[in-house]
Design a protein around this ligand. Structure first.
Ligand code: GLN
Length: 544
């Protein structure tokens, strides 16, 4: 493929964030893949953080981890799930990362004495990164999502990159706007004005959108389409209605029904090579037909934002539960349980008996962890299926150490660095980094191989002794306590190939129906068409 033949679709946001720009982008990617093209997707985040790793999830949602170890935005997870393919860290950038490389290049005299300026050098670096990501993936069509909404001071340089690319590659760059159309309850009519303003803001950056994805709680009527066409300077066919859906996995099918695939290909002057949305149609039908439910409680600590509950912090966990539930023919009913509640009132943990299964996702720091341990204790003693992810495994080991292995003060060095009974301890190579306050991108990150013991539940799930899973942690199960934990009944069914790091923990079938924890994040490798084996088995146990 010739270098200049890649097509690009920039996806921008209007009116407000959180309206599903990432999932819209992912669904477009899935459609174009279904039309027979090699597709990849790039995410741009306008914040100054070099990556997403140092942010609290309540600030910016889940931190997703790629195979190569980059800590990035949750949208990268959406792209992987919808494309069914692995993405590289090169497909992600932030303002911080872009400036960092420009400054490093300047320091090493690579600009050959030039005055390095915000414009054009920053957008040029952005363009270079986008083009390299597309080349590296061998993509014919590359989606580029610009985080945030137009009009924010911080995404102007990325819009400038889009504008420059459009001029450079005539006919090969489209710009979409995902906008929101409110229906104020007092007015009772869908309003197009905020979208008109958003398009005008995009115009002031020198860009006319090629199509608008109109998000709203209901479908767009003809009148709204006409209005948007007139006031936003586009054709009616280029306004795609995108009402709320109860599952994002209906989107590829819905978008195609709205004419998305043909509209994009026509604009690019491309012909469809096939029309294969089979897997999405099947999934969509399957989801619609589900009647039985499974009740899963997620006990975590990153839920609250002011008066609101934020499930975005655990988006991949939620999706992985859904994939496994769909596979097992049930609809998941998820409840968010703030572990702090159990610290104030430990007896409240009894409510967990109302669930078919409990998940404790990853986390950091001291706040809320005693509440989580209380929840795990109840779950274990009452034989409620349990799946612990990363911190969820570490805390399950602590609970078991305290109550079954006679290590009364068992804890993690993350909370009590001086403790003699830290059954979860800092990994040796992490100690120096902590001393230097070297926190950014320095955890054990990305894909690592592990080996599975035969005859265990983990082996039953994977059907394989060799696996590869994605990690994000600094602490590990302290090797000094492993013997005692095993003697008490804990089974370490997965380890690093050198057997030094404990990767999976489980309890025998006599002690518990399904009690498992893993040091890695299986949720980062679960797909709607192919659930992750551990989630699949967990949900199976929850149904039973
Ligand atoms: N805080 C723990 C660690 O750093 C667990 C991390 C996680 O859950 N991702 O090891």
């Amino acid at each position: 493929m010739r270098k200049n033949k890649v097509r690009y679709i920039f996806v921008t946001g209007g009116v407000m964030s959180g309206v599903g720009k990432g999932t819209a982008c992912s669904a477009i990617a899935a459609i174009l893949k279904g039309r027979g093209f090699k597709v990849t997707a790039v995410k741009i985040d306008p914040y100054v953080n070099v990556d997403a790793g140092t942010m609290n999830p309540t600030e910016h949602g889940e931190v997703f981890v790629l195979n190569d170890g980059l800590e990035c935005d949750q949208d990268m997870g959406n792209y992987e799930r919808f494309l069914g393919q692995e993405l590289s860290g090169k497909n992600y950038m932030t303002t911080g990362a872009v400036y960092k490389s420009v400054i490093e290049r300047e320091r090493s005299l690579k600009y050959k004495g030039k005055c390095v300026e915000v414009v054009p050098h920053i957008p040029l670096e952005v363009i270079d990164r986008i083009e390299r990501a597309a080349q590296r993936a061998g993509a014919e069509i590359c989606l580029v999502e610009i985080g945030g909404t137009v009009g924010e001071y911080q995404n102007i340089l990325f819009l400038e990159a889009a504008r420059m690319m459009r001029i450079k590659n005539k006919g090969q760059v489209l710009v979409a706007m995902v906008s929101y159309l409110p229906v104020p309850s007092k007015v009772g009519e869908m309003k197009t004005k905020p979208t008109q303003y958003a398009v005008r803001t995009l115009n002031s950056a020198g860009i006319q959108p090629d199509f608008i994805i109109a998000r709203a709680d209901r479908p767009l009527d003809q009148k709204r389409k006409e209005k948007l066409a007139v006031f936003c300077n586009i054709r009616e066919e280029d306004v795609i209605s995108a009402p709320d859906v109860d599952s994002v996995y209906h989107l590829p099918v819905n978008f195609e029904k709205g004419g998305m695939g043909n509209m994009i290909l026509e604009k690019f002057g491309l012909k469809s090579r096939k029309n294969d949305l089979d897997q999405w149609e099947k999934l969509s039908e399957k989801i619609k037909g589900l009647t039985k439910t499974v009740k899963i409680g997620v006990v975590g600590k990153y839920f609250s934002t002011g008066e609101f509950v934020l499930s975005d912090s655990y988006i991949s966990v939620i999706e992985a539960i859904k994939h496994a539930a769909y596979f097992n023919g049930v609809k998941p009913e998820l409840s968010w349980i703030d572990s702090l509640d159990y610290e104030k009132r430990p007896k409240k943990a009894r409510e967990l008996s109302g669930f078919d299964g409990i998940v404790v996702p990853g986390g950091f720091g001291e706040r809320g962890i005693e509440g989580i341990i209380t929840a795990i204790n109840y779950t274990r003693e009452n034989r409620i299926p349990y799946l612990g992810l990363c911190y969820g495994m570490q805390l399950a080991v602590i609970e078991y150490a305290r109550n079954k292995a006679g290590i009364a003060q068992a804890t993690t060095a993350e909370v009590a660095p001086q403790s003699k009974e830290a059954v979860v301890d800092l990994m040796p190579e992490q100690k120096e980094k902590m001393k230097q306050a070297d926190y950014g991108g320095t955890m054990r990150l990305g894909a690592y191989p592990a080996v599975i013991k035969k005859g265990t539940r983990a082996y039953e799930a994977y059907g394989n002794t060799k696996i590869s899973e994605r990690h994000r942690h600094r602490y590990e199960i302290n090797p000094e306590f492993i013997r005692r934990l095993e003697k008490a009944g804990m089974i370490f069914s997965g380890t690093s190939p050198d057997r030094k790091l404990m990767e999976i923990m489980e309890l025998g079938s006599k002690e518990h129906g399904f009690f498992m924890g893993c040091q890695f994040h299986p949720e980062f490798q679960s797909f709607p068409q192919k659930p992750h084996p551990l989630f699949r088995e967990f949900i199976k146990a929850a149904i039973a």
